[in-house]
Ligand binder design. Structure first.
Ligand SMILES: [Mn+2]
Length: 403
């Protein structure tokens, strides 16, 4: 299993080394795992003598992929997403670029030999248990050049950030990278009541890895349109600084203010209600924060007195037509995030109420939208601006059909 993954990585590396163009475009996710992945790949490709163009994405939107694949002869790397859309990337690529996918989400095999899907899920590892995006990138980096062993601690940061623990402990590949970082004196593991806690030894003292991950998450999400991801990647490689602390504090206050204002709107009746759903639009009032924030906000209110605990919570945020550093991609979409109260969570777990992983993507498909991350209790998709009300109606239809 692991050996087959490593030999697939070796094959991809051979092609990278033979490729005429010595420039790599790295597309990575904006959470702590994605930023760690971006940091590892940036350092590894730099060391191998490649020029780097790095882009941080909230999602690999179809409109963006279309633009990316207008080129020919490039080396394109996706990290911490895209494992599942390897067939789509294959159709877009048609042998014209060397594409590498270093993801750990549920994956589908590539159909273009020039698209290397190195997602460990295709090799018997569990992406929600054994290996994070960052650890996948680390395996790649370490196979590319054993000197990259010093990046093991960054892989551990991403693994802790994604919170895939077994009885409170990192396991399998994620554990191996952490033990390597401990051996190098860059981390310490301490036992606690349940499982373990992981610490980074930094120039500014010991920092719990989970706190470091939350720091990165804020830079990447609240700071998405304000160079937060660049700072996040720098912080992974060089540690936090007074500058990064200041950026974090500013972002937190922007977020607190935006959330407070939105809550006031909801209190004064901005929430619309149908039979099973309560919903609202923030339009672009969360700008300049990223669209992750609509999910964070729904999370913040889902169990509050301001919402009805018997109805699904849905919020819409307009997606700005801009990828930082990449430019406009011609997108006119809105993101919907959905959450449920603790009461509904119990009903969904008991099978009495439809889970969001079925409800939202089915309704989204009817309107030609894009579904990506849909789980039973949290879900998000995108539809064209103006279709918000229709999407709610489609969900109501599904719920009524279900009875
Ligand atoms: Mn991840």
């Amino acid at each position: 299993m692991r050996e087959q993954l490593i030999s697939a990585i070796k094959k991809a590396i051979r092609e990278v080394k033979q490729w005429p163009k010595k420039e790599v475009q790295i597309f990575h996710h904006n959470d702590s795992d994605g930023l760690s992945s971006g940091a590892i790949l940036t350092r590894a490709f730099e060391r191998a003598g490649f020029a780097i163009r790095r882009f941080c994405l909230e999602k690999p939107y179809p409109a963006l992929l279309q633009k990316v694949y207008e080129q020919e002869g490039g080396i394109i790397v996706f990290a911490d997403f895209a494992g599942r859309i390897a067939p789509i990337l294959s159709d877009l690529n048609r042998g014209r670029n060397l594409t590498l996918i270093l993801d750990h989400h549920v994956a589908e095999a590539s159909t273009d030999p020039k698209v290397h899907n190195l997602d460990p899920c295709l090799y018997g590892l569990k992406g929600d248990r054994d290996i994070s995006g960052s650890t996948t990138c680390y395996l790649f980096a370490h196979t590319l050049d054993p000197d990259n062993i010093d990046l093991a601690y960054i892989a551990a940061i991403g693994a802790v950030g994604d919170e895939f623990f077994v009885d409170g402990c990192l396991v399998s590949e994620n554990r191996d990278v952490t033990l390597e970082a401990v051996k190098q004196g860059k981390m310490e593991i301490k036992g606690q009541a349940v499982g373990e806690r992981y610490y980074l030894n930094t120039d500014r003292g010991q920092v719990p890895c989970d706190e470091f991950g939350a720091y990165l998450d804020t830079l990447g999400a609240a700071g998405y349109y304000q160079d937060g991801p660049d700072m996040g990647v720098r912080v992974c490689l060089e540690g936090t600084t007074a500058d990064s602390d200041r950026m974090l504090a500013d972002l937190k206050s922007v977020q607190a203010k935006a959330f407070e204002e939105e809550l006031q709107r909801i209190q004064s009746g901005a929430l619309k209600k149908t039979d099973h759903i309560q919903w609202f639009k923030v339009e672009n009032r969360f700008q300049p924060m990223g669209v992750k924030m609509i999910g964070v906000f729904c999370d913040a209110i889902k169990n509050s007195e301001h919402v009805d605990s018997t109805k699904y919570v849905a919020g819409f945020q307009i997606i700005p037509d801009e990828i930082p550093g990449f430019g406009p991609i011609g997108m006119k979409d809105v993101k919907i995030s959905m959450r449920v109260s603790a009461k509904m969570e119990a009903d969904i777990r008991a099978g009495k109420t439809m889970g969001l992983d079925v409800l939202l993507p089915e309704a989204t498909n009817k309107l030609g939208g894009f579904s990506d991350a849909c789980h039973t209790l949290t879900a998000a998709t995108t539809v064209a601006i103006g279709k918000e009300e229709q999407l709610i109606e489609e969900m109501e239809k599904l719920l009524k059909a279900e009875g």
